[in-house]
Design a protein around this ligand. Structure first.
Ligand SMILES: [Zn+2]
Length: 354
């Protein structure tokens, strides 16, 4: 692999692309611009400059796994669960791995093999992905510096810990795209049918695909999916552990799609995903009210507020509203979470509202 390390205004920027990647200089230059703009935000918050390794990986899954292993070895920790690119209704094409909790040293991996770099639309897709991953890094650095992660235990064990973690990660997807869309529009412009050039948006790149992805999973996963899963447990067809796993993982994945869909719709001035799917029973009873409560604070704020106190306030508000929202949604599904202290917990199950 070719390997380039450039130092821009004191911030090391480390870029690797597989041999033969088309337009590699252009990708690198845009990566630098985006990274520089986001570093500027971090600098404004008084966060020290970090190092960002950007890897365009031909074999994305293998590269993510080996980076994860490298980080675990460096810190004597253990690797996470095996990485796969399949997610509910789609594939993952970008991943940010922090080497420390402070996110100052991090590796951003982009699935280069999934992107047609030599085609204009493909090139824009790759750059918007890069902007999204770099935005995660900016948010991660600000979150850690704000102190919002003090006392937060990883990985989650109890129902409440999962609810808080899902609130944090799904709202981060929304915020990362909102932030990425701002910097993306500065570096890439578009002209439709020979018309006047304007800032390109992430919606120009992805269209309504995330809202479509949500529509695609509603029946199977959310309704009748979730209440049927609860009844499967009530009738003895699955264990309590299996029920918990399916509901927690399902909530995580559906809310992640909602985070992406909300931000892309906003960038393209399109109907909000929960409005676009308002007629669906699963949105009406479960997703709509919960998502509204979870995402309210993030929608009202800029993705990375200007002071660390404001960053902290946004993080705290999102996590506490999100916890209440998700526990409330689960209780409509007939599932009550009981915290017993010392990270012990219980789940009580009754018939779901449907
Ligand atoms: Zn993301």
């Amino acid at each position: 692999m070719s390997h380039v390390l450039l130092i821009v205004s004191g911030v090391p920027f480390d870029f690797r692309a597989p041999p033969g990647t088309p337009r590699v200089d252009e990708i690198e230059a845009l990566g630098q611009l985006i990274s520089g703009a986001l570093d500027h935000i971090a600098e404004g918050l008084g966060i020290e400059p970090g190092i960002t390794h950007i890897v365009l990986a031909e074999d994305f899954t293998t590269e993510v796994a080996s980076t994860d292993r490298e980080i675990a070895l460096q810190h004597g920790g253990s690797t996470g669960p095996p990485f796969t690119v399949e997610r509910l209704g789609g594939l993952v094409a970008g991943k940010t791995l922090a080497h420390h909790d402070n996110h100052l040293d991090a590796t951003v991996l982009i699935a280069s093999g999934m992107i047609a770099w030599d085609d204009q639309a493909g090139f824009a897709t790759g750059i918007s992905l890069l902007a999204h991953e770099l935005a995660h890094l900016c948010i991660g650095r600000a979150r850690w510096a704000s102190g919002a992660l003090e006392g937060v235990l990883f990985p989650s064990t109890t129902g409440t810990e999962y609810a808080r973690s899902i609130a944090r990660t799904s709202s981060e997807e929304y915020r990362a795209t909102v932030l990425a869309n701002i910097v993306f529009g500065v570096v890439v412009s578009v002209s439709v049918n020979g018309g006047e050039a304007r800032r390109m948006t992430v919606h120009d790149v992805m269209g309504d695909s995330y809202t479509d992805r949500l529509v695609g999973v509603l029946d199977e996963v959310v309704h009748p999916g979730w209440p049927d899963t609860v009844l499967d447990y009530r009738w003895g067809r699955i264990t309590l552990g299996e029920l918990g796993k399916r509901i927690i993982e399902g909530t995580d994945q559906v809310f992640t799609i909602l985070g992406h869909a909300e931000s892309h719709a906003e960038a393209g001035d399109r109907p909000r995903p929960i409005d676009a799917c308002a007629g669906h029973r699963g949105v009406e009873i479960y997703l709509g009210p919960a998502w509204e409560q979870l995402i309210g604070a993030a929608r009202a704020a800029t993705p990375v507020p200007g002071t660390l106190d404001e960053v902290r306030a946004l993080e705290d508000e999102t996590v506490s509203q999100g916890e209440a929202a998700i526990l409330g949604m689960w209780s409509k599904l007939g599932i009550t979470v009981e915290e017993r202290g010392d990270r012990e917990w219980a789940m009580w199950v009754t018939d779901p509202e449907r």
